[in-house]
Design a protein around this ligand. Structure first.
Ligand code: E4P
Length: 223
């Protein structure tokens, strides 16, 4: 499976990508939310959940607490509010000591988790074992840090298969259309990226040139 998600909390961008049939889901994080006009977090996620639910898109929204109790409380509250509206709703929980404990606790009661902020195969593997349904690798950030993203993806994929875990790998932090194709080829089930990269994937200057030429030739023939 090679799916593409939109990494944005902007509804207009989500609609634009979805109307082209380009995406199967949406991911957000606190920094992405902070790009939207100030307002209520719940109202913003509610709007995204209503649209994603009606369009059968997956949606991930992240807890903003950093401690175990806060993460568990927010994950349960968010799942209770938004999973009934959007059936493929996932709560994002960042990896770490408290994060892993929270993933284990809430996944046991049926909350679907997207474990995020992972930079290593060990983090991805531990999150998958703790019960996360999605594990998110910060692909380009790791690459910029000198990491071997292909090796991380390949080994994590192998680990998930070997242990028969119900978990998909997301490559996030994507900067160009080449990163999208590379991440898919290297073993990511899902790549998530912003609208600019999705639009970059749609157009090619030579396609535009060819279409304009067809239009010119055909118009001349008609007249
Ligand atoms: C993925 O889950 C994250 O939301 C995201 O892709 C982080 O990417 P950035 O490096 O563009 O902030």
């Amino acid at each position: 499976m090679n799916h593409l998600f939109a990494d944005t909390a902007n509804l207009a961008e989500i609609i634009e990508a979805n109307e082209m049939g380009a995406i199967q889901g949406v991911t957000t994080n606190p920094s992405i939310i902070a790009k939207e006009p100030k307002g209520s977090f719940d109202t913003l996620i509610q709007g995204l959940a209503e649209y994603c639910g009606s369009e059968n898109l997956s949606l991930s929204a992240e807890v903003f607490a950093l401690d175990y109790d806060g993460m568990v409380r927010q994950a349960n509250e968010m799942y209770e509010k938004f999973a009934p509206i959007c059936k493929d709703f996932h709560v994002k929980i960042p990896v770490g000591f408290d994060g892993l404990r929270a993933i284990k606790t809430v996944s046991r009661v049926g909350v679907k988790i997207n474990a995020t902020a992972c930079y290593s195969e060990q983090q991805l593997q531990l999150c998958a074992s703790a019960g996360a349904h999605y594990v998110s690798l910060f692909y380009c950030r790791l690459k910029q840090y000198g990491g071997d993203v292909a090796k991380v993806l390949e080994r994590t994929r192998h680990y998930i298969q070997e242990n028969s875990l119900d978990c998909q790998i997301i490559a996030g932090s994507i900067r160009t259309q080449t990163d999208v194709s590379d991440a898919w080829k290297e073993g990511a089930d899902i790549v998530t990226t912003g609208l600019p990269v999705i639009l970059e994937m749609v157009e090619h200057p030579k396609s535009t040139e060819a279409i304009q030429r067809f239009d010119k030739d055909f118009s001349a023939w008609l007249n």
